[in-house]
Design a protein around this ligand. Structure first.
Ligand SMILES: NC(=O)c1ccc[n+]([C@@H]2O[C@H](COP(=O)([O-])OP(=O)(O)OC[C@H]3O[C@@H](n4cnc5c(N)ncnc54)[C@H](OP(=O)(O)O)[C@@H]3O)[C@@H](O)[C@H]2O)c1
Length: 328
């Protein structure tokens, strides 16, 4: 808990009973009866607010003016965040980052199987097991969360018998019940609905670049039309009324994060350039930063990075999100 001390002058009748806004985050002051002069005021805030100024009103009547030192306890309450697809390659990194920043976040994860749970957290009670295609399986995981990070995705499987030495190209398929329509559309929609019902304050959704072109080759993988269904879910989120950030990543790489300059764009323009990839660790960091920055809200961005050694590694995420103007 962060403590701050401030000296202020107020009238008994002005003791705050109002909700004050600090950015988009609210700080509710506890009302204090006029008969008592408090030695401290407590308020709950998602950020430490050192600049709140009590509203002053012209008062009539014979009120005694008091000058007191107010020791206000500004609770920087950690955000409870659920990461779905927490057993996946990017989801695992987001879950780990949130756990490491325990002063800012209470991390929860949703994985599909017991095996995934064992792989990333064993007995971790904050890891829920459930299939996102089943709304009932999602409900317990979203109860009481502040934010949701969606990192689930249909994953194509390679057909056996492929021999690259013969110059053959691999063929892919989706298992029954795991087609993009079911996972990337219905499954994501289920999560958005469940989170909305639970009163979530923000959803970060990781999607993919390429969705503006129906003929993108990714759509033909396993006859899944994966980008079409992903985009449908993105639109559903943008229309949901919940503050959101849609991150459409370029080709994902299992490389070290934090050492490249990140590039944001819109409408797949980045796909026309030579810089179309990004480390999963960088996507994960952008997800975490989006949870903390107002500038990330209600925006959709394409995301890639410059090659290592060129450009300046991105550290200022506020500036990065400020560059983004697209809402979808
Ligand atoms: N690969 C790329 O180059 C690329 C490029 C751009 C964007 N993207 C997108 O970026 C995101 C992250 O990609 P990634 O490669 O890190 O992910 P990933 O490793 O493929 O993980 C996807 C996760 O979704 C989970 N999942 C699938 N169906 C589920 C269901 N019905 N219920 C619950 N969980 C389910 C999987 O669980 P299991 O572990 O149990 O299977 C897995 O953990 C995805 O949306 C992906 O499409 C990928």
């Amino acid at each position: 808990m962060a403590m701050m001390t401030t000296t202020t002058t107020f009238f008994h009748s002005l003791l705050p009973s109002t909700t004050y806004k600090s950015g988009a985050l609210s700080s509710s002051f506890v009302s204090v009866p006029p008969s008592s002069t408090p030695s401290s005021l407590h308020f709950r805030s998602l950020v430490s607010d050192t600049s709140s100024v009590f509203a002053r009103r012209k008062l009539t009547g014979n009120l005694r003016k008091v000058s007191v030192t107010v020791s206000a306890s500004a609770t920087t309450s950690p955000l409870t965040v659920l990461v779905t697809g927490a057993g996946g390659r990017t989801g695992q990194i987001v879950y780990k980052k949130l756990k490491e920043r325990s002063d800012q976040f209470v991390a929860r994860g949703l994985v599909r199987t017991k095996e995934s749970k064992e792989k990333i957290g064993g007995e971790d009670e904050k890891l829920f097991i459930g299939d996102i295609c089943d709304p009932e399986a999602i409900a317990p995981a979203v109860q009481g969360i502040d934010a949701l990070v969606i990192l689930t995705s249909a994953v194509p499987k390679m057909k056996p018998g492929f021999d690259p030495s013969k110059g053959e190209r691999p063929e892919f398929y989706f298992e029954d019940g795991a087609f993009p329509e079911q996972v990337d559309w219905i499954g994501q929609k289920n999560q958005i609905d469940a989170a909305k019902a639970a009163g979530v304050k923000q959803i970060v959704l990781v999607g993919s670049m390429g969705g503006t072109n129906i003929n993108n080759p990714l759509n033909s993988i396993g006859n899944g039309n994966i980008l079409v269904w992903k985009r449908k879910a993105e639109q559903y989120l943008a229309d949901s009324g919940i503050p959101y950030t849609i991150i459409r990543a370029g080709g994902l790489q299992d490389k070290e994060g934090g050492i490249r300059e990140l590039i944001v764009g819109k409408d797949d323009e980045i796909l026309e350039t030579e810089t179309r990839t990004i480390a999963r660790a960088d996507v994960a960091e952008v997800c975490v930063q989006a949870l903390q920055l107002e500038e990330a809200k209600n925006k959709a961005l394409d995301l890639a990075s410059k090659p290592e050694g060129t450009g300046t590694p991105t550290k200022d995420f506020k500036a990065l999100f400020t560059q983004v103007t697209a809402r979808f």
